[in-house]
Design a protein around this ligand. Structure first.
Ligand code: ARG
Length: 461
C-alpha cells in the first residue's frame, strides 16, 4: 500500500507507477538520505517533538538499513517510488510503528533537496582532486620541456615561437580556474534546506540550525520556499563541469592534431591508443576523441536542467525529479574522463625535433625581425612594413629569414647588420620574452611555481 493511500480509492495504474518512480536512479543517494533522516530524527528527539527513546530506535533502525544496503542485501521497490519512501517504508517494516514518527515536520520536498545537495557536495572534492592530479602531470611535462621550442598559433597559422612548457602552463591555468569555480559553487551550496518542509516549514519547534550543523552545512537556507524549489547549485555545478569539459576537449583536439602525421609533435603511449579493424598501420587517439565527444554529453546535462527549471512556479514541482539523471551522468562522465586523460598525458612522448622543425618554417620570427629594427630606432609600424616585404622576398626566393643573405636584408633597410641572425634565432626569440606570463624559461618557471603553490595549498586541506 502507498504511504499516501488514504486519500485515494483506486490503486495507481502500473504505467503511472513506472512513470512516476525515480528509485531506479535516485537509489544512489541512499547514504545521503539516511544521513538526513538521522539528523532529522536526532533533532526531533532533542526538541522533544518525539520521545528520546523513539528517536534512538529510529536511528538504530536506519543504521542497520544503511549497513544492509552497503552489503547489497536490500532490494528497492518501484511501488515505493523513490529512495525516500523506500527507506521510510523499510524502517517501519523493521521497527514497527515508531518508524511512522520519522516524517514528523518534514516533507519529501526538503528531504530530496537536502539529499541531492549532500550528494553533489560530496562529489565536488573528488573532482577537484582529479583536476589537481592533472595539474601535477602538467607541471612535470612543463618542467621537462622548458626549452622545447614549438610554434605558437593564431588562426591555426604559425604565429610566434613558444615552448611546450608554456603551452602546458596555459592549460594548467585554465584548470586552476575550474578548481576555483567548483570551490565557489561548493561554498554557495553550503546551506541546508532541511526543515523547509513542503514549502512553509512546520508548526513544530524544528531546529534547522541543529540539523544543518549535524549534516556539515554552514547554515540553514534563509527562505523555505526557495529551499525546496532551488536547483541553482546543480545548475552551477553542471556549468562548472561544462567549462571543465570544454577545456579538456580543447586540449584533446590539440593532442589529436599533434598525433597526426602532419604534425607529429607527440606520440601517445600504446596503452592509451587504439588500432583499426581494417588499416594495419593505424594508431588512433581514441581516448582524446572520446573526451572531446563526451563534452557534448555534459553540455547536454546543463541544457537539460536549465530547460527543466525555466518556467517552474514556486515551490516544488514534480518536473524537478528530472534534475538527477543529468547531474549523475555528468558526474560519472567527468569522473571517468579526468583520470584517463591524466594518464594519457602522463605517458605521452614529446617529439621536440618535430616541434622545432615546424618552428623553423612559417616565419614565426618575423615579429622579432621587426622588433630588431624598432630597437635600432625605427617606429614599429614602419619596421612591420619592411619585414612584410622581406617575407615576401623570402617566399619568392625559397628562403627563410634565417637563411636570407645579409645583402638582401640591407637591400630593404640598411639598419640590418650581421647581428640580425642571432636576433632571429628561435631560442633568442623565446628567451627574449621574459615578460610576466611569457614563454622565456624564467617566466614559465614562475608560472610553474604559481600552480605548484596552488596545488600544495589544497593538498594540505
Ligand atoms: N522523487 C522526488 C524527486 O526526485 C522526491 C520529491 C517528491 N515530492 C513530491 N511532493 N512528490 O523530486
Amino acid at each position: 500500500m502507498k504511504l499516501w493511500a488514504g486519500r485515494f480509492q483506486k490503486e495507481t495504474d502500473t504505467l503511472v507507477n513506472d512513470f512516476n518512480s525515480s528509485i531506479t536512479f535516485d537509489a544512489r543517494m541512499y547514504k545521503e538520505d539516511i544521513a538526513g533522516s538521522i539528523a532529522h530524527a536526532t533533532m526531533l528527539g532533542k526538541q522533544g517533538i518525539i520521545e528520546a527513546h523513539e528517536a534512538e530506535k529510529i536511528i538504530e533502525g536506519l543504521k542497520v538499513i544503511l549497513a544492509d544496503i552497503d552489503a547489497g542485501q536490500v532490494e528497492f521497490s518501484l511501488e515505493n517510488e523513490d529512495i525516500h519512501m523506500n527507506i521510510e517504508t523499510m524502517l517501519t517494516q523493521r521497527i514497527g510503528d515508531t518508524g511512522k514518527r520519522l516524517h514528523t515536520g518534514r516533507s519529501r520536498n526538503d528531504q530530496v533537496a537536502v539529499d541531492f545537495r549532500l550528494y553533489v557536495k560530496g562529489e565536488i572534492p573528488k573532482i577537484i582532486n582529479m583536476i589537481l592530479d592533472l595539474e601535477k602531470v602538467l607541471i612535470q611535462k612543463a618542467q621537462a620541456n622548458l626549452e622545447t621550442v614549438m610554434p605558437g598559433y593564431t588562426h591555426m597559422q604559425r604565429a610566434q615561437p613558444t615552448t611546450f612548457a608554456h603551452y602546458m602552463m596555459a592549460y594548467a591555468n585554465m584548470l586552476r580556474r575550474d578548481v576555483t569555480r567548483l570551490e565557489d559553487c561548493l561554498a554557495r551550496m553550503d546551506e541546508c534546506p532541511l526543515g523547509a518542509g513542503a514549502l512553509a516549514t512546520s508548526t513544530y519547534p524544528v531546529d534547522r540550525f541543529q540539523t544543518a550543523a549535524a549534516l556539515g552545512f554552514q547554515k540553514p537556507t534563509d527562505n523555505s520556499m526557495d529551499s525546496v524549489s532551488d536547483r541553482d547549485f546543480a545548475i552551477e555545478f553542471l556549468s562548472a563541469c561544462s567549462i571543465l569539459m570544454m577545456h579538456l576537449s580543447r586540449f584533446s583536439e590539440e593532442i589529436i592534431l599533434w598525433c597526426s602525421w602532419e604534425f607529429k609533435y607527440v606520440e601517445l603511449d600504446d596503452a592509451y591508443s587504439t588500432g583499426s579493424s581494417i588499416m594495419p598501420q593505424k594508431k588512433n587517439p581514441d581516448v582524446a576523441e572520446l573526451v572531446r565527444g563526451k563534452t557534448g554529453r555534459v553540455y547536454g546535462s546543463l541544457v537539460t536542467l536549465l530547460t527543466v527549471m525555466k518556467a517552474l512556479p514556486l515551490a516544488y514541482n514534480k518536473d524537478m525529479q528530472e534534475d538527477k539523471e543529468c547531474v549523475f551522468d555528468a558526474i560519472d562522465t567527468v569522473e571517468m574522463c579526468l583520470p584517463v586523460f591524466t594518464a594519457m598525458l602522463d605517458t605521452l612522448t614529446v617529439l621536440p625535433k618535430n616541434m622545432r622543425n615546424a618552428a623553423s618554417g612559417g616565419f614565426i620570427n618575423a615579429t622579432d625581425c621587426a622588433d630588431y629594427l624598432t630597437k635600432k630606432g625605427m617606429p614599429f609600424r614602419e619596421a612591420y612594413m619592411i619585414v612584410g616585404r622581406l617575407v615576401n622576398l623570402c617566399i619568392k626566393a625559397g628562403e627563410t629569414l634565417d637563411t636570407l643573405p645579409l645583402k638582401d636584408f640591407r637591400s630593404i633597410s640598411n639598419l640590418f647588420d650581421a647581428d640580425v641572425y642571432q636576433a632571429l634565432e628561435l631560442k633568442t626569440c623565446v628567451n627574449g620574452r621574459k615578460v610576466y606570463g611569457g614563454p622565456a624559461k624564467e617566466a614559465v618557471e614562475q608560472q610553474i611555481a604559481n600552480i605548484q603553490a596552488f596545488v600544495k595549498e589544497r593538498e594540505h586541506e
